[in-house]
Structures are given as C-alpha cells and as structure tokens.
Design a protein around this ligand. Structure first.
Ligand SMILES: [Zn+2]
Ligand SMILES: [Zn+2]
Length: 360
C-alpha cells in the first residue's frame, strides 16, 4: 500500500512509497484512510526539524490528523465496519507516569510518550492503518470529511478546559471577552469554541484581507488585522495560537484582572526578543493574571471536539478546508499558500489518481 513517509531530520525527504500492510500490533481495527490533515508540525517534520522514526527504522509514516473508515473490527470492540473513525495521536509512556496511568497522556510527566506520525510511531498517512479501539473515536457519519478537523479541535478543547480550570481559582469567574491570536485553523477552531460558549470573541492576525477575516466574521466574531498596538481590548481570556514571541509577550501584558492567557503555539527556539520582563511580571502580579501552556489532548478532549464540530455550521467548516490534495500530489500539501487555512490530503482516489477534489 502507498504511504507518505519522511526520513526524520532530513530536509526534503518526504515521498510516497510502498510500505507493508499495517501490523496487527498497531491494533485490532483495520481502517481505510479517507483523509489526513496537514499542519505546521507536519511541515516541520518534512523540513527535517522534528520527528522520530519508530525504533530500528529509518523512515516515519507521516500524518497525525486522521479520518478513516473501519474495514475490520474485532467483535464487541465498539466499532463496526463502515464506521467513521479518528485516531488519537499520543500513546502513554511505558512506565507509566502518574498522568499516563490515569489516561491523561496529554499531561505526561516523563516525556517518554510516543505519538503517531510524530514521535516513535508510524502515522496515519498510509492507505490503510490499524488502531487500538481505546485510542479511536467513532464519529457521526454526518460529519463526513470535516472529521479530519477533529484532531486539531481536540487540542483546543483541551486549551479551553485549561482556561476553565485556571479560571476556577477565582470566585464568580465569568469571562466575557476572549482574544484569539492567530487566524489559522487552530485559532479559528479556538474562536469557534469561544462563540459556542456565548463569549464575545475577537480574533487577531497579521493579514488584513482574504479568507481568514471572512471566516472570523462568518462565525459572528470580530476580526482585527495588522498590528496588536491598535487593539483596544482588555480580554478575560486569551488563547494564543501564533507562537510568535512578540505576540505572546504583548497579549500576556494586556490581560484584564484575573484573566487567563493560554499558550498553544510553538515558537522556534533561539529567536531572542528584547522585552521588558519586569513589565510582564508587574502586569501578571497586579492583575492576578495567569499564564498557562497547553499541548495535545486525551480521550475526553476528542469527545468535546467531536461535539463542537457536530454543532458547527457545515458551510463554515467547509470553508475552513481550503485545499484537498490527492496523495500523489503530496508536495502541494506540504507547501503553504498565503490564503491557506486547512490543507487536507485526500486518500479517496486510491490508485485511480485524478485531480484535487473539493471537500464534501
Ligand atoms: Zn497537527
Ligand atoms: Zn507519561
């Protein structure tokens, strides 16, 4: 079967190649891949900056944002052939640590976890994959191709859970205004969940026009383009999705009293920024502000993400997926166009090939 693989650490090593059928040790459920979402992590891996192949192997099958259809499932496992399924990315560390031992592998304490398509385990970007029932989520068939947004949405469902947990230290904490920085897929999904919570949502991004501002407005949220300096807002919650040092510093400084800033973006290390850390200290102390980082997701967050995607406007979700690229044109999926939001690798064409398909 065909798979999209890379040699971790080697820039430009991505290729489609023939690989063996998925081993039964990957899990009892056999899945036919429908689509794989591509994100910044995949681009970093393809550029050789990140990623670890399984032990004893040189190449890594890419793909952690999965959507597939069950081909075979062990009786009584909760899945049936034909079910639409999303695979969870992380697997608990083998020790396991206190977090992994209770199913909170997203909060792993020893860093020995593995991740499909990222760290020490093959990903889902092959024509078929296998998975353990306990690391899979069945989706409402109505979701269709939008199910490929489940994994990125799960990361935001966790971020919102963190905001609630940290906000809970304040009596009568009732946030009203949320600022989301970054209008890529992660920021837009953060904004979607903010709107679904009935909050006043503001989204900031550098771009001034195009698809991103339109997507924010379609949600009923407010879009702010250009510079954060012009933004007069004292949010109760900030969901930071750019990972850009200057933005992180700026938003952490402008949080309102008892506010929570949740960082979800990753900045490349080594970029130094000349900032007034004492000022940041003053703002956080004097406002009882909180800064919290959040990564990955566990089963609970995937379920919350599925609920959010099911509730979302189908047309809006359709606009979020800006390009669907067949596996044979994988290089097109691994480059970014200026107006891209979510790019998806389409596996539905199989060996027949063919041009890009529109999302259904
Ligand atoms: Zn991703
Ligand atoms: Zn762990």
């Amino acid at each position: 079967m065909r798979a999209l693989t890379v040699r971790p650490g080697e820039r430009g090593s991505a290729r489609v190649e023939d690989v063996p059928e998925p081993p039964e040790s990957d899990g009892g459920i056999l899945v036919r891949t429908v689509a794989i979402g591509i994100c910044g992590t995949d681009l970093e891996i393809a550029q050789g900056a990140y990623g670890v192949a399984p032990e004893g192997e040189r190449r890594l099958v890419l793909g952690h944002e999965s959507l597939g259809e069950v081909l075979e499932a062990p009786p009584g496992c909760g899945f049936l052939p034909g079910d639409l399924l999303v695979g969870i990315v992380r697997r608990p560390d083998p020790v396991p640590c206190l977090g992994c031992a209770v199913g909170e592998w997203d909060m792993c304490r020893n860093g020995l976890y593995t991740e499909r398509g990222i760290k020490g385990r093959h990903g889902y970007a092959s024509e078929r994959f296998r998975i353990e029932p306990e690391f899979a989520l069945r989706l409402d068939p109505e979701i269709g191709l939008h199910g490929v947004l489940l994994e990125p949405a799960s990361v935001l469902a966790k971020a919102w859970e963190q905001v609630d947990a940290v906000g809970g230290r304040v009596a009568e904490w009732e946030p009203q205004v949320v600022l989301v920085t970054g209008a890529g897929p992660v920021g837009l999904l953060a904004a979607l969940m903010g709107v679904q919570r009935g909050l006043e949502v503001h989204v900031f991004d550098r771009v001034l026009d195009g698809r991103k501002p339109a997507l924010v407005r379609e949600l009923g949220a407010h879009y702010h383009g250009g510079s954060l300096d012009d933004l007069e807002l004292e949010p109760d919650v900030v969901i930071e999705c750019t990972g850009a040092g200057t933005v992180v510093f700026d938003v952490a400084n402008r949080i309102g009293p008892t506010g929570v800033t949740c960082l979800t973006g990753l900045s490349p290390a080594g970029r130094k920024l000349d900032v007034d850390v004492s000022l940041l200290n003053r703002s956080l102390v004097l406002e009882n502000g909180a800064l919290v980082g959040s990564v990955n997701a566990n089963q609970r967050h995937y379920e919350a993400a599925a609920a959010a995607i099911e509730r979302a406007d189908k047309r809006w979700l359709e606009h979020l997926i800006t390009r669907t690229v067949p596996l044979s044109s994988f290089a097109d999926a691994l480059r970014r166009d200026p107006d891209d939001v979510k790019v998806v690798l389409d596996f539905r064409d199989g060996a027949r090939g063919g041009g890009p398909r529109r999302a259904q």
